[in-house]
Design a protein around this ligand. Sequence first.
Ligand code: PAF
Length: 281
Amino acid sequence: MLIISAIQELRDRLKSELSVAFVPTMGNLHQGHLALVRQAREHGRCVVASIFVNPLQFGPNEDFAKYPRTFEQDCEKLEGLADVVFAPKMEDLYPEPQQVYVEPPPVASELCGAFRPGHFRGVATVVLKLFNIVQPQAAVFGKKDYQQLQVISAMVRQLNLPVEIVAGETLRAEDNLALSSRNGYLSETERAEAVRLYRNLALIRESIVAGNRDLPALECAAIADLEAHGWRVDYVSVRAAASLAPAKTGEINLVVLAAAWLGKTRLIDNLEICLNADKDL
Ligand code: PAF
């Protein structure tokens, strides 16, 4: 496995590759990331994983400075899974203040976007930069960041980028907490409580599958349960899976998404809900 930080060196290394599959990350890797890297192997002869904590996607009061940087351990974990680790230096990726951005679709201003203004613009912009450098045939993104996956897919479709976007399933701990780099911020008590987010989403899924169509009541009940246990909820929302538009009558592919704070840690999760055609919304 090669570790490369210079853009030109990466381009030279990848020049002769027939197909490249790419997994962009911000490091602090866990099994969820590694599953995406394994999945990438099915989509390209050469697997590239990038590690770069992108300042553009963090708001002024967010955790950019304290985002865990664990480069050595990350490289050890990627050994045998990736062929190349691309870890660009800040001054190489952003040699001058970024003034050209990808304007993401309107859905990027809802859900997480409503609470993290500019976040998806920063994500889309760095992903486009990374795509231009790596020039992959395929790139794998986790469903854990469902809205991110939709924003990137829309960018690729609407800007005609020659990249296949592959979705990776969310990996969960034994108690079903979605694996996330931010789980590391949780205290022991918070970690035990954290699974309540998943439980509420699972309850909503169960209720909808059982025929409950009162989505606002389901969302409110989940919010009330979380708040009663000390969470600060940004949103719990049932949406159409393909567009993330509010779920409408007749829909069969839904997703319930949530973001909520447990202490100082913001957790997100989501669950897809597939209804039978004769039991649509
Ligand atoms: O999902 C992430 O880790 C980041 O948003 C990404 C896609 C690597 C862009 O910085």
